[in-house]
Ligand binder design. Sequence first.
Ligand code: 5CU
Length: 394
Amino acid sequence: ATHGHRLFVDVHTHVYLPRYASFLRSRTTAPRIFSRPNTDNADGTSEERLLILDNEPSGGRPVGPQYWDREEKLKFMDRHGIDVSIISSANPWLDFLPASTAHTLANELNEDLETYCSTSPTLTGLHNLKRLYGFGLLPLVPSAPISSLLETIDQISKLPHLRGIIMGTKGIGKGLDDDALEPVWEALAKTGLVVFLHPHYGVDSNAWGEKENGHVLPLALGFPFETTTAITRLILSGTFDRHPTLRILLAHSGGTLPLLSSRLASCIAHDPLVASRLQHDARHYLGNLYFDAVAYGAEELGFVSDVIGRAGAYEGKAGRKDADGKVGLDERRRVGSERMLFGTDHPFFPPLSETEKWMSVVENLDAIESVDGWTEKEKDAVRGGNALKLFGLS
Ligand code: 5CU
């Protein structure tokens, strides 16, 4: 480790496992990987491109070993001083498959990921840790039998290097607030597996207008809005009242939920259909959640920690408990920072031209370093200590 005894742990870092990449190469419709002549030079070589969605601009994006090769992941980690990564399959996971194929492939990919991690190098020094751990996959596809989801949760919970699952927002077709998923939340709460909630679809692309803006609007806005809607629906379904020990990690610092949680609370309080449904004010539930620190700005991270840190003031529905002597900003930020965790989004957001370090990583590390009110202890925890605790690695 390059930072003394303080470890850097990346909780938001993806892979298309070799078996999944081969599967995508065998497909003729999105999602798929296809070859085409390399447009950068006319030397007759071809390049592989990944098309995740049918309407992606410029025929998808170039892909290479950084998407599947473990050596590339480790090189990236070394280059950025990252000691441990908790890797997850990248979107769109198994969403597009029929239930039985999804079940078989999920089980195979979970075994593959266990091997990928368990045979990774051990960290040198005091820590008896591997450099890679993982989030497994559930066969969350339309009409999946709940029994196949429960079986796969059981499989993952027995694979020692898998510490959670990554999940999109569709559930088995009706979203995460689908009553049919109740046994799944129950099983996840019981196993303690961390659920990494991650977007894929964005929102209705009509919102993006007619100007060509590349990938910017769906990625910068659509992704976080999708996460915001999914987690808000889960909160409204009372899932956290029934399963307060569920551990859900939200991609991209929770999207816009931190900014909108007081508005959400107010809308609930003014809606007779929902007002009596939840045990707590909506702001309370942010204290049940974990947030990656993939927001690219110190002010945003500070704000998110502030909002998480205030969640404890909203137990029950009687309004703010500490309305008279509000807890100070530093204390709220300290409490909130315990639920925030460094991430990179590798191999997405590669630099447009060759650089030693990736701007996307440097920006996220600089942001953590510069949050007002976070002490060195809190910054260290966000860079790694919180992840070691959450994933049972300390
Ligand atoms: O750049 C992108 O499209 C993505 C993506 O698809 N998935 C992700 O996790 N980050 C960025």
